[in-house]
Design a protein around this ligand. Structure first.
Ligand code: ATP
Ligand code: MG
Length: 449
């Protein structure tokens, strides 16, 4: 069998078996190993009850993660392993995961409650692969297929709808027809899932390799939570800059951007305000005046709905707002932007630009060169001991207080004034020069001093 499992998992399985129980590696780790991918966590399923598991591993570090759901985390040689008792899910209420679960002595029942065939395989170092639902075949054919009747499985727990899309995107799999039909039929039930869970699945989906295929095919499902997407679909732009409609352009920019949550979300939202700002001039050319501001407002509204944390929401709205800023390849302009956005966000904004251009008319790809050059200049500036924030000034508040300026708001204003002078190259970033410069313009501040 082409599976190697870490020695810690072998140890856990062995100890459980010595105590008279069954145990297997199960779920995502089996799937990923069969795909030759490094699993990011290892789960063990066992016939031992949680209390029994805790007692078997009393000499190890054990965290009682979710005793009620049968899960105990055993940490062996720094590897946390979730050991979960074979279980059957109880009643599903409101299309969410069951509030209670019951334990079962049968592996078959535990595998049958799992969502997709590729996630319902167990592996034992001696007995080999236990694959009751042809998960291995679906892996080979790159198919997402529900265990059991798809509509019923999605109805029981609608988070599985988002999980199906997420796995399709990350693994570059297609969703088999009956499962896909059930996704659409059950999509409204997604309203019963918490915003946080929808958000986490959406972010993972957006960072997947076939995210654009999934979005193109399954946007009606995402629109249950984000109806603002719908006007973009098929919206013609009537401009020589664009070879694609707004949605196709959006998908192309997503693919062209690095797979980070910030960038992918920014690209998803950057033109979402276009349909409502569309106008056509007398030549029939389309314009979207002010779409950046409308996109920003909609992005903010969507991210609040999905309970994004404030910092992420603010970063993404800033990137959306300035996504079509005109780049100037001059050190002065770049320094001003570094001051305005900070270095990380400005570099990300340049990435947004690159992705945006990549999704426009292929004839305009030469515009990328400018951005690449701007990126290079920015990195050069960041590598120099140059100055674009107050903390980089070779003078500080104490120097001004020594000149008799009272501590307080004015000090900040003077430092800002000096920073501007340095950025505009009217004064050197050098202590004596800055003090002299300030003394020369001290009158400007007299009324506040
Ligand atoms: P990854 O951890 O790579 O995201 P995973 O398959 O390990 O993928 P987890 O959320 O860690 O996913 O869940 C572990 C296993 O539990 C899954 O492989 C699946 O067998 C089962 N599972 C998880 N969530 C559900 C669900 N909502 N319905 C049914 N089975 C589920
Ligand atoms: Mg997992």
């Amino acid at each position: 069998m082409d599976i190697t499992i870490p020695k810690q998992i072998l140890y856990i399985i062995q100890r459980l078996e010595e105590a008279g129980y069954e145990a297997y590696a199960v779920g995502g780790c089996v799937r990923d190993t069969l795909l030759n991918k490094e699993p990011h966590d290892w789960d063990v399923t066992t016939s031992a009850l949680p209390k029994q598991t805790v007692s078997i591993f009393k000499n190890e570090k054990v965290i009682e993660t979710g005793l009620r759901h049968g899960t105990v985390t055993v940490i062996k040689d720094h590897l946390p392993i979730e050991v979960t008792t074979y279980r059957i899910d109880g009643l599903y209420i409101d299309n969410r995961r069951p509030s209670n679960v019951s334990f079962t002595p049968y592996l078959t029942e535990d595998l049958a409650r799992r969502d997709f065939t590729i996630n319902a395989m167990a592996y034992h170092p001696v007995k080999g692969l236990i694959d009751l639902f042809n998960g291995k075949e679906d892996l080979a054919n790159k198919k997402i297929r529900c265990v059991g009747t798809a509509a019923q499985r999605f109805h029981e727990d609608s988070l599985r709808i988002m999980r199906a899309l997420r796995f399709a995107s990350i693994l570059n799999f297609s969703i088999e027809p009956a499962t896909a039909a059930a996704l659409f039929a059950e999509k409204e039930q997604l309203q019963n899932i918490s915003a946080e869970r929808i958000r986490e699945e959406l972010l993972a989906l957006l960072c997947g390799t076939s995210c654009s295929e999934v979005l193109r095919q399954y946007y009606p499902i995402l629109s249950v939570w984000i109806p603002e997407l719908l006007p973009m679909i098929g919206f013609q732009q009537h401009t020589p800059y664009h070879a694609y409609d707004v949605w196709e352009h959006t998908l192309k920019t997503i693919v062209a951007s690095k797979a980070t949550k910030i960038l992918r979300c920014t690209m998803l939202f950057h033109d979402i305000g276009k349909p409502s700002t569309f106008t056509q001039d007398e030549k029939g050319i389309g314009h979207f005046y002010g779409h950046g501001a409308v996109s920003t407002k909609l992005a903010d509204q969507i991210m609040r709905r999905l309970k994004f944390d404030t910092k992420t929401r603010e970063q993404i709205t800033t990137l959306v707002k300035y996504h079509d800023i005109r780049c100037e390849n001059s050190p002065l302009w770049i320094k001003k932007q570094l001051r305005k956005f900070g270095s990380d966000l400005f570099l990300t904004l340049l990435d947004v630009h690159k992705a945006d251009i990549a999704g426009q008319n292929p004839a305009l790809l030469h515009r990328l060169d400018d951005i690449v050059q701007c990126q290079r200049m920015t990195l050069d500036i960041l590598n120099q001991p140059s100055c674009f924030s107050i903390k980089d000034l070779n003078i500080n508040g104490s120097d001004l207080i020594a000149l008799g300026i009272p501590a307080g708001k004015t000090i900040g204003e003077i430092l800002k004034f000096l920073l501007d002078a340095v950025i505009h190259q009217t004064c050197e970033n050098q202590r004596e020069a800055l003090l002299k410069y300030f003394i020369k313009y001290r009158d400007h501040f007299e009324s506040t001093i």
